[in-house]
Design a protein around this ligand. Structure first.
Ligand code: HDE
Length: 729
């Protein structure tokens, strides 16, 4: 078979090198002369062509017209969901061959580095909306494998709102801004969303996740990812194993406080985008392990939930997550539009060894993703956009269409054919040809849902029960906030009926905040999601107990807390600061992998007690405590006096305390802390403070302070500070 030159060249070089392949499409204007899109050198790009220097612009000015016309067409439709996102390049490597369960090449050879492009997103907001909305986060990974692209298009929550794809447009219409006034942006706290949810009990489990702190991550780098649906892995022998995919972040799963999220949304709506970008630029490459939960085909009906139901997890206590490989994001995109905006994921992009199940949500997605790209990217050739191209060559008889890039040689664009030796030829399975899993289907055509999908509360309850007390309080607060923003009392009441099915204390807490009573019976109608001819009684949810009552994996309390890598720490300083303690603490934090910034009343430098000039990174105007994970106040008489009198510095500390962050101060900086409202909580004897539970370190022994401060930052947050209830700022 005659291969063309380009294919031969691809085979010769490292075929898997997406970086090199993208490089062929990149361009730089360094040292170049300005041209039109047709290569004509432009002499004057400052003035349009006019009839006299005070005259009208001439239609003849093709340079002006080309420039303006291109500009007029610069925007494409934003994604209908997941419009707001950020992405990065990276690599994936499997730890050891997974040949027992799959024939997918990229999961067989630990020496193969598969390039990936990963896009994180919120769901409801527009392209320019805040990163810190209370929302699900998209976690979409494109693996450029040697067998074609595999897209794992997941979320940071393991379940979904609906069980059948036909409800997706309703869900999205309900959560998006209301159609009459286009409010609110990037928020589910409004009537239409909760109206929908309050008559859709199948959403209950997902709503528990959405009201938890998982919906306000500290960073994209600190989120889990989930494939959500049950997929299949297929091995060389054609045997199928059910699989749930997981991404486990090596930095642990961490979130911010809701008050903090709202604050960040105003002060830096690009917070997550900036965090991802800066981490990668600084070499702190985010890493996740790919996990799989495997269920043998024979065990399909072993669980008290249906594996095909996307509103259910497989608790990790029932089927442990096996970590089989690692993904590292190590390169920022060159161009946001060309890569992050134009990347097109599709849950139907699989490789041999990975296949689908009949999850009705997954089945609907298989249709939607190509369809949406046709409108968003303007036609059927979006696979030719560099970021979407596989690293392996593409050969088929698809032709033409808007913006076709490939110049297909020859007369033949059909198969079978005789003229071209019947090429491109179909690949045998042994040559990597994809064959669908040979699932036996023997059924009647029916528009219905299996009764095994009707249980909606047990896993919602499992999730709530598995949370720590502060996490439970956050869920109560989140429901109270969201339903408090709902104007219809009827909707609030109906939602109380639903959450009372999950947990009475949860419902009581929310009801109290809403000034309502928990209904004895669920408010009716509880479920309006059934066909016209059905008996509503048949569609009322069944409430059963889950086979396990608690799952440690569901609480963020149990996450990784052993590192300060990539955390951001603020040092508050003014002229007269003690440079010795400042530098000692700063150096220790930096060598632990943290980023440290000095914040002072004005930019430039602070002149330390020892006359050293210490550069200032931010003032209290441009920085805020919500951008940092922890704060340190060094001593130095003048600095301490200035900060004590600086309202913004005191506010900075109050807020850091309110958001349960680690706080450290030299003992001779105590005066600043005494100006805060939390000074009354400080014990007389600081050596008594348990750093790991309270997160406050005060000492003049810099070595001891540094050690304890680092241990405290690694804990991330001290939510216990909020018990019994929140603290003011
Ligand atoms: Fe999506 N989803 N989705 N979705 N989805 C899109 O595709 C859709 C669902 C997810 O960063 C769209 O290119 C339907 C579940 C992510 O570019 C669209 C249904 C999960 C992204 C679409 C679902 C996801 C999308 C919009 C129900 C988690 C962003 C723009 C049947 C497992 C990918 C686009 C990116 C994007 C349809 C449900 C994840 C319209 C019909 C469940 C991460 O095709």
């Amino acid at each position: 078979m005659a291969k063309n030159k380009k294919d031969a060249a691809n085979a010769a070089e490292n075929i898997n090198d997406k970086v090199a392949k993208l490089a062929a499409h990149t361009t730089s204007d360094d040292g170049e002369l300005l041209t039109t899109n047709h290569g004509l050198r432009i002499n004057d790009d400052q003035n349009s062509l006019k009839a006299g220097d005070r005259g009208a612009t001439l239609l003849e000015d093709f340079i002006l017209r080309e420039k303006i016309t291109h500009f007029d067409h610069e925007r494409i439709p934003e994604r209908v969901v997941h419009a707001r996102g950020s992405a990065a390049h990276g690599v994936f490597k499997v730890y050891e061959s997974q040949s027992a369960i799959t024939k997918a090449h990229f999961l067989l050879d630990p020496s193969v580095e598969t390039p990936v492009f990963v896009r994180f997103s919120t769901v409801a907001g527009s392209r320019g909306s805040t990163d810190l909305a209370r929302d699900v986060r998209g976690f979409a990974v494109k693996f450029y494998t040697q067998e074609g692209n595999f897209d794992l298009v997941g979320n940071n929550m393991p379940v979904f709102f609906i069980q059948d794809a036909i409800k997706f447009p309703d869900l999205v219409h309900a959560v998006k801004p209301e159609p009459d006034n286009e409010m609110p942006q990037a928020a589910s706290a409004h009537d239409t969303f909760w109206d929908f949810i309050s008559v859709m009990p199948e959403s209950t489990h997902m709503i528990m996740w959405l009201m938890s702190d998982r919906a306000i991550p500290r960073s994209y780098r600190m989120m889990e990812g989930f494939g959500v649906h049950t997929f299949r892995l297929i091995n060389e022998a054609g045997e199928s194993t059910f699989v749930k995919f997981h991404w486990k972040p090596l930095l642990g799963v961490h979130s911010v406080a809701w008050d903090e999220a709202q604050n960040i949304s105003g002060k830096d709506p690009d917070y997550h985008r900036r965090d991802l970008w800066e981490a990668i630029e600084s070499g702190a490459f985010p890493e996740w392990e790919l996990g799989v939960q495997l269920v043998p085909e024979a065990d399909e009906f072993k669980f008290d939930f249906d594996l095909l139901d996307p509103t259910k997890i497989i608790p990790e206590e029932l089927v442990p997550v096996q970590r089989i490989g690692k993904m590292t994001l190590n390169r920022n995109p060159e161009n946001f539009f060309a890569e992050t905006e134009q990347v097109a994921f599709h849950v139907g992009h699989v490789v041999p060894g990975i296949d689908f199940t009949n999850d009705p949500l997954l089945q609907g997605r298989l249709f939607s993703y190509t369809d949406t790209q046709l409108i968003r990217l303007g036609g059927p050739n979006f696979h030719e956009i560099p970021i979407n191209r596989p690293v392996v060559p593409v050969h088929n008889n698809q032709r033409d269409g808007f913006m076709r890039q490939t110049i297909n040689r020859g007369k033949v664009s059909y198969g079978p054919n005789g003229i071209a030796n019947n090429q491109p030829a179909q690949a045998k399975a042994a040559e990597g040809g994809f064959t669908s899993y040979n699932e036996r289907i023997d059924a009647r055509k029916i528009r219905r849902r299996s009764k095994s999908f009707f249980e909606h509360f047990s896993q919602a309850r499992l999730f709530f029960n598995s949370q720590s007390d502060p996490e439970k309080n956050h869920i109560i607060d989140a429901f109270s906030f969201e339903l408090g923003k709902v104007r219809s009392v009827e909707i609030r009441q109906r939602m109380l009926g639903i959450i009372a099915q999950v947990d009475k204390n949860l419902a009581a807490g929310v009801a109290y905040n809403l000034g309502l009573h928990v209904p004895q019976e669920p408010e009716q109608p509880m479920n309006l999601s059934f066909p016209a001819d059905a008996d509503p009684a048949d569609y009322q949810p069944v409430d059963e107990e889950s086979s396990i009552m608690l799952s440690d994996a569901l609480s963020m309390l149990n996450t990784v807390k052993d590192t300060i890598k990539s955390r951001k720490i603020a040092i508050l300083a003014a002229d007269g600061v003690n440079a010795v303690s400042l530098n000692t603490v700063k150096d220790a934090l930096v060598s632990g992998g943290a980023t440290v910034e000095v914040i002072a009343p004005r930019l430039g430098v602070v002149i330390a007690e020892q006359d050293e000039k210490i550069p200032v990174d931010h003032t209290f105007l441009t920085a805020a405590s919500v951008f940092y994970d922890a704060v340190y106040v060094p001593g130095g008489t003048n600095s301490v006096a200035t900060l004590e009198a600086e309202a913004d510095a005191v506010h900075f500390l109050n807020e850091a305390f309110k958001h349960c962050k680690a706080i450290a101060a030299d003992e001779d900086a105590l005066q600043v802390l005494e100006a805060t409202y939390f000074s009354k909580k400080l014990p007389d004897d600081f050596s008594d403070v348990s750093v790991l539970t309270e997160g406050i370190v005060i000492s003049n022994d810099t070595a001891k302070l540094t050690k304890q401060f680092i241990a405290a930052i690694a804990q991330h947050r001290f939510w216990e500070r909020e018990l019994p209830r929140k603290v003011p700022a």
